[in-house]
Write a protein that binds this ligand. Structure first.
Ligand SMILES: [Zn+2]
Length: 330
């Protein structure tokens, strides 16, 4: 048993208590360059940050290595001059009690149990079991109600359905969860909407996605005043990255995300945590493709992963400062 407190990490409780206006970004990481970029951006902006690890990332990078990387991230943040780093290590989309327990036992400060695809009562039962276990160690728990469309690592759903506001009080009370992921129209991946769900901007020809269901969000907020709400699948799929990728040999036709304007609007409400993964993948891929195109003789990984890291840092700073406003809060 390793306590996250020994690793210098924090859970989400204090962070979310301070998230009255604005929220915090949860960035996924699988490798060193992503982690460096997240920590550089958070340290430079003095922004609390949530490092997310999915089941897929855990399988890819090895759970032990990831834990030491998170511990290293705290020390690295201090080295960068961030005196009191507020870094949370969070399991994204835990799908079983055993996985969540294993993360709690290995030093995670927060876990998500996603039983949203199960029947309501089963979702409550499993989420409560995880919350009861995690709370013994002061680890915070995110649960999910409603189904998001799209694919994220091993989580996929064909059909989405919005969270039912009439269920949220019962669900949060009976599970004891600390935050609630809801479905109001965000979606996983870089193809959040099918072209037929969108309209087209007549000037640019680009897809314009349907707006988020703010009415549902506000109803949930009224039922659970002050309760931390989480939005998954909240990448914006910046068109400049999609264009660079397509220009330099990639093929991402009609990739579309959630406009940042809408995320800004959402984070003014009870939304405390916004999950961003695809945007960082796009930034990294765009930077690498450009180097491969411009310098075909380059084969030193540092020469293409370095620019990729710079691009991701720029992206993370933009999200922290311009979308979530979490800069200067730590
Ligand atoms: Zn998600």
């Amino acid at each position: 048993m390793v306590s996250y407190k020994e690793l210098g990490l924090v859970n989400t409780r204090e962070m979310f208590a301070k998230a009255v206006a604005g929220g915090y970004a949860a960035f996924n990481f699988n490798n060193m360059e992503q982690l460096q970029a997240i920590i550089m951006a958070a340290a430079e902006t003095k922004s609390p940050v949530i490092l997310q690890v999915s089941k897929g990332a855990r399988n890819y990078a090895n759970q032990t290595l990831l834990r030491y990387m998170a511990q290293g991230a705290v020390e690295y943040a201090k080295e960068l001059g961030w005196e009191n780093p507020q870094i949370c290590l969070h399991l994204d989309h835990g799908d079983s009690f055993e996985l969540c327990k294993s993360c709690v036992d290995m030093g995670f400060s927060s876990v998500m149990i996603d039983a949203s695809s199960k029947p309501y009562e089963e979702n409550i039962e499993l989420s409560k079991r995880v919350a009861d276990y995690a709370h013994q160690y002061d680890v915070t728990v995110e649960a999910e109600l409603g189904v998001l469309a799209g694919v994220e690592d091993e989580v996929s759903a064909e059909e989405s359905h919005y969270t039912r506001p009439e269920e949220v009080i019962d669900f949060s009370q009976r599970t004891g969860c600390d935050s609630l992921a809801i479905s109001v129209g965000t979606s996983h991946g870089a193809y959040k909407f099918r072209p037929e769900q969108c309209t087209r901007d007549p000037k640019t020809g680009r897809l314009v996605p349907p707006p988020l269901a703010f009415n549902v969000l506000h109803e949930i907020e009224k039922k659970l005043p002050g309760f931390p709400i989480v939005l998954h699948g909240s990448s914006s799929v910046p068109q400049e990255y999609v264009d660079i990728i397509n220009e330099y040999g990639g093929n991402l036709p009609d990739a579309v995300g959630i406009p940042e304007e809408q995320l800004r609007e959402a984070s003014k409400s009870a939304v405390c945590k916004i999950n961003i993964d695809s945007d960082s993948r796009l930034a990294m891929t765009a930077a690498i493709r450009k180097v491969f195109h411009d310098k075909p003789g380059e084969f030193d990984p540092r020469k293409y992963l370095g620019p990729a890291r710079d691009e991701m840092k720029k992206l993370y700073m933009h999200k922290i400062i311009d979308v979530l406003g979490s800069n200067g809060k730590a």
